[in-house]
Ligand binder design. Structure first.
Ligand code: ADP
Ligand code: ZN
Length: 756
């Protein structure tokens, strides 16, 4: 065996190191290497064409029988690393669960890798096999089949605790059956053989005699029978299907009003692609959406679906990646990072709600999953569908220019009509009552009427907490966070003023800390206050608030949605998390309490975001046979974002907004790179950017700044911005010529969407 210099990428923020490895070692296979005096796990990255002159160490062992990262994914990673200005190492944890790629640095004792965590794919299977009491060789098939059958993987095993002097006859039966079976059995099998009910197991478990182990695969638990209603596609939908299902690379922008059946089209497409033996990568913007969608997917493609999102626990994530690697699943659905999932032979990429900001990571590496999905489809040579009722102006402009193919769904099938939308002018309402209006009379009456008909109401207010901030009426001081340059929000639930950026919290003071007057007053209502208000106004209504404060616990958001779907909620009140793609059959009234709230933000996308939010939330009303009504309360009824939302006219909005963008030189007409610097003082942050700016040597750029960031201080760190405008090529050139020191004060956000 010839050993050749081979690049090995460790799961730490370093460029690859060079070791000697067997010639022809496939790229993407994991290996063990010695690093100083401890062992580490890395990925083989191919021959090093220019190895260092120093003496090279050989690798210790090869961990996998085949590459965990498919070649196309490796290409995508190297593209992404170049584009976003990060190391490929930064992207590895987004592709593989940490248990498969232990991070040497994160190890508890900080020195050595603990080797029980270092497992090859086969070893992982061996472990699972041991846990599930079966031959690891059959596990991939078993995982596949069990998901198809939907049977649970709960296994019961003897704990080995000393046998107590007395047990009941049914308990004895269980223990003997387990004993006979070698100590462990799948739960249904055990109950059948022993002829006892499941309650016996509970008792035995409490007594410490047996142990129940949950299986990793969570899809079977979600399955609901009878969900798969096959629909006959409408002529419009059929056109879309045929246009995309060409098999070749092409970006398709599917613009279709909410409820026009975009998901049905994706399902039909997926079916075609899976039938050819290729795989499907399906991205959704949020975890909350996946549970609903999974039911539909599982009903349609039983046992073939794997899922990835941050809400899963390590075991679940691990299990589904194992299924991917061993071809136990051929449709992968997930949020942002799923774009880097180790899926092979992709025949279709779907990006649902492509306009959603959650596709963009706000942490290093700041990838945009939609943009990378397009690159991935290109590398795989397969079609990609970007779907939305309100496409991003970037995608829309690309379709106008012919780079993307535009497909439309203009109608809602099955005779479901679009809701009627109306506006309530809050200025007018204020003039009448001379104080702040939370619910104008029109909306009040509509709520009363809807409740009387036993239908559901959704109220949107994009601000959580009780009051936005506290101000002293005597001296005008606002109570702010001591660590961040923003005001504190009052939460009545636990009587705290809290910073929504750093989490700092404090008990509200009795008097103004500046002037001592007891004139402190809350300004600007939040969801918590609206909920309280509604409880007073509609004491018998079942009211559920859903925002980030009420949905912290894992699964609580889904639970709330399910309750609403099951008709157990009369009024849903919450933030924008309610606006996205959920269907509530009984929902006929949508009220937006302050439609122009998002317009005040100093961001060139404020108008676009507001239009999207209003149109999306309006789409929640009247999806079933009941006609929907939407009421937008606003102080600026003449703003285009509001008037076009009123008319539910995406094209009109785009046509009115794009000239502004072009005139001001903003995306989609130029690309942006935002360089952020942080420092202990504003000066320190500014100086870093000044130096960077002076050295800039790429022509054809427009440079703005350094300027104070809109939020100049977060967690006691001062923040400055330098904004570069130009072509993608020029901005890429900046990155190539002026690479950033990862440990330095400046970080880069390419194609930024958050300017805070
Ligand atoms: P979107 O993803 O565009 O919001 P969905 O695909 O969820 O829309 O469709 C909305 C509703 O209309 C769903 O209940 C879906 O089953 C139904 N639907 C979609 N297409 C058809 C069709 N061709 N015939 C009957 N019902 C349909
Ligand atoms: Zn703070």
């Amino acid at each position: 065996m010839t050993l050749v210099p081979t690049r090995i990428q460790l799961n730490r923020p370093l460029s690859p190191l060079t070791y000697l490895a067997p010639e022809g070692l496939p790229e993407g296979v994991r290996v063990q290497v010695k690093l100083r005096n401890s062992l580490a796990v890395g990925l083989a990255m191919g021959l090093d064409p220019a190895p260092p002159v120093a003496k090279l160490r050989p690798i210790e062992s090869v961990l996998d029988p085949f590459p965990l990262l498919p070649e196309k994914l490796r290409e995508l990673q190297s593209f992404a690393a170049r584009y976003y200005g990060c190391l490929e190492a930064h992207l590895l944890p987004l592709s593989l669960p940490s248990a498969m790629l232990p991070n040497w640095e994160a190890d508890e004792d900080g020195q050595r890798l603990s080797f029980h965590r270092d497992r090859g794919a086969w070893e992982v299977l061996a472990d699972l096999g041991e846990a599930w009491h079966c031959d690891p060789a059959i596990l991939p098939t078993l995982l596949h089949r069990s998901a198809r059958r939907g049977s649970g993987f709960t296994e019961v095993r003897l704990t080995g605790a000393p046998h107590p002097p007395r047990v009941t006859p049914s308990q004895a039966k269980v223990l003997v059956t387990l004993e006979d079976a070698g100590g462990a059995l799948m739960e249904p099998e055990l109950l059948a053989s022993a002829g006892v009910g499941a309650s016996v197991l509970g008792t035995l478990e409490k007594r410490g005699l047996v142990q129940r182990l949950k299986r990793v695969d969570l899809l079977g638990q979600r399955r609901e029978a009878g969900l798969d209603r096959t629909v006959t596609l409408t002529a419009e939908q059929q056109v879309v299907l045929d246009a995309v299902a060409t098999g070749a690379f092409g970006v398709h922008l599917l613009q279709g009003v909410t409820g026009s059946g975009k998901t049905e089209v994706y399902l039909a497409l997926a079916e075609r692609v899976l039938a050819t033996g290729r795989r499907v990568l399906w991205l959704v913007p949020e975890i909350g959406l996946t549970a609903r969608l999974l039911d539909r997917l599982e009903a349609r493609f039983p046992g073939r679906v794997a899922v990835g999102h941050a809400g899963l626990n390590a075991g679940e994530r691990h299990g589904d990646v194992v299924r991917l690697l061993f071809n136990g699943a051929d449709l992968f659905v997930g949020v942002r990072n799923a774009v880097l999932a180790p899926l092979r032979d992709i025949g279709l990429v779907v990006v649902d709600e492509e306009h959603e900001g959650s596709y963009k990571s706000e942490e290093h590496p700041r990838i945009h999953a939609r943009d990378l999905a397009i690159k991935r489809a290109q590398l795989e040579g397969c079609p990609i569908v970007l779907g939305s009722a309100t496409p991003s102006l970037e995608s829309w402009q690309a379709a106008q220019g012919g780079r993307y193919k535009l497909l439309r769904l203009r109608e809602r099938p099955a005779g479901i009509s679009l809701p009627s939308v109306e506006i309530v002018d809050l200025r007018e309402a204020f003039r009448q009552v001379r104080r702040k209006v939370i619910l104008a009379p029109t909306l009040m009456e509509a709520i009363t009427g809807t409740l009387a008909k036993r239908e559901q109401v959704l109220l949107l207010l994009n601000r959580r907490g009780y009051e936005n901030f506290w101000m002293c009426r005597a001296c005008g001081r606002t109570l702010g966070c001591p660590h961040c340059a923003i005001s504190l929000t009052y939460h009545r639930g636990d009587f705290r003023l809290r910073c929504h950026l750093c989490g700092h919290e404090t008990v509200p003071p009795e008097a103004c800390p500046d002037c001592g007057a007891d004139h402190l007053r809350g300004v600007g209502e939040g969801t918590e206050q609206v909920e309280e208000h509604l409880n007073q106004l509609f004491p018998t209504a079942r009211i559920l608030r859903l925002d980030r404060d009420t949905t912290r616990r894992r699964g609580s958001f889904e639970a709330g949605l399910l309750a609403a779907e099951a008709g157990q909620v009369d009024i849903l009140v919450g933030t924008q998390m309610l606006a996205k793609g959920h269907t509530f059959p009984g929902l006929t009234l949508v009220g937006v309490l302050n439609a122009d709230q998002g317009l005040k933000v100093a961001d060139f996308r404020a108008s676009e975001r507001t239009f999207q939010l209003l149109t999306q939330v309006a789409g929640r009303a009247g999806r079933a046979e009941l006609p929907g009504r939407v009421i937008l309360q606003t102080y600026s009824p003449e703003h285009p974002a509001i008037t076009f939302a009123l008319a539910q006219d995406f094209e009109g909005f785009a046509a009115s907004e794009l000239p502004f963008r072009e005139g001001l030189g903003y995306p989609p007409f130029t690309a942006l790179s935002l360089y952020r610097a942080e420092g202990d003082s504003p000066r320190e942050a500014k100086e870093a950017l000044d130096v960077f700016r002076q050295r800039l040597s790429v022509p054809g750029l427009k440079v703005l700044g350094p300027l104070e960031a809109p939020v100049p201080r977060i967690r006691d760190r001062w923040r400055m911005h330098l904004l570069l405008k130009g072509g993608r090529g020029a901005l890429g050139e900046v990155l190539a010529r002026h690479p950033l020191d990862p440990t330095g004060p400046i970080s880069l956000d390419r194609d930024p969407i958050q300017f805070g």
